[in-house]
Write a protein that binds this ligand. Structure first.
Ligand code: NCD
Length: 304
């Protein structure tokens, strides 16, 4: 029995396998429509979500399985003071696999040690979000056909944005990836990522506050939302929330084959005019999220 807590739990070969399966599901959906017949996925969301929870549920349904769960902590026994460990131990008696999101960093690790079924981290606080990263990798693979020799701009809240942390981990495995880290000084990538991943592996990275200056170099631009719920005070959030707003003017110097990504939800960091530009990939990315989660469920349930 295996869980997915952090993207480093997966080898590069396993990631390649999941991408291959997801692409096969996209091409041959009928082949997969009964693969999880009789199986149940539980979605335990202690923090709000649209795409992650619903894509997990849609994924299980398209595999012929069923779904149980809750979409906020208030409607579970967490509201009565039950521990995460007791909750997942209970749910492990009803479901074959669990997807869990929690505002506390590390909660899914503890949970996975206390349940008899595979557990997937669907986002833990400002820490990790491995299934968003798998989604991002499938999107990049479909758009660019490769993970190496790319310049990836990560823009916005790089401090609290868990999707960015997991994505840096994943892409740092591939050759000649250049990260361009674009953020206000207060929202730069945490020191442990710079030290333990980028510096340690000798990966090329640039730190800047200017999106305009670096735009012409980028193959991928990964925009992110300023993570309001993780700020300690409202004043800092208000001061930083509009730091980067991507519009058509800023895209003037961008590459013709730039791939613009965003894990969503968007607040205002990408103007809606950009949605019509062929370089906007964020809604294709949403769809990739369902297919890669189908591949992941099959893998963790060891369905052939
Ligand atoms: C992200 C998350 O929850 O971390 N959303 C998602 O899962 N697609 C990004 C965000 O909330 O800004």
């Amino acid at each position: 029995m295996r869980s997915l807590i952090d993207i480093i739990d997966l080898s590069t070969k396993e990631i390649d396998g999941l991408i291959e399966t997801a692409n096969d599901i996209i091409d041959n959906p009928a082949k997969y429509s009964e693969k999880c017949k009789g199986k149940k996925l539980a979605t335990l969301f202690f923090e709000s979500s649209t795409r992650t929870r619903l894509s997990f549920e849609a994924a299980m349904m398209e595999l012929g399985g069923n779904v149980i769960g809750f979409s906020n902590a208030g409607s579970s026994s967490a509201a009565k003071g039950e521990s995460v460990s007791d909750t997942v131990r209970t749910v492990g008696c009803y479901a074959d696999i669990i997807a869990m999101r929690h505002p506390k960093e590390g909660a899914p690790t503890i949970a996975s040690m206390n349940t008899a079924v595979p557990l997937i981290n669907a986002g833990d606080g400002g820490h990790n979000h491995p299934t968003q990263t798998l989604t991002d990798l499938l999107t990049i693979h479909r758009e660019k056909g490769r993970f190496d020799n790319i310049t990836v701009g990560l823009c916005g809240d790089l401090k609290f944005g868990r999707t960015v942390h997991s994505l840096i981990h994943a892409l740092s495995r591939y050759k000649n990836v250049h990260f361009v880290l674009i953020s206000p000084e207060e929202l730069t990538v945490p020191e442990y990522i710079i030290h333990d991943i980028l510096d340690k592996k000798g990966i090329k990275y640039t730190v800047t506050t200017s999106l305009e200056e670096v735009m012409p170099e980028l193959d991928i631009l990964y925009m992110t939302r300023v993570q309001k719920e993780r700020f300690f005070n409202e004043t800092d959030y208000v001061r930083l929330k509009d730091s980067y707003i991507l519009n058509m003017e800023k895209l003037q110097n961008a590459k013709k084959d730039l791939c613009i990504m965003h894990p969503l939800p968007r607040v205002n960091e990408i103007s809606i005019q950009v949605d019509k530009d062929p370089r906007a990939c964020y809604f294709d990315q949403v769809l990739c999220g369902k297919y890669i989660r189908m591949a992941l469920i099959l893998n963790l349930l060891e369905v052939k």
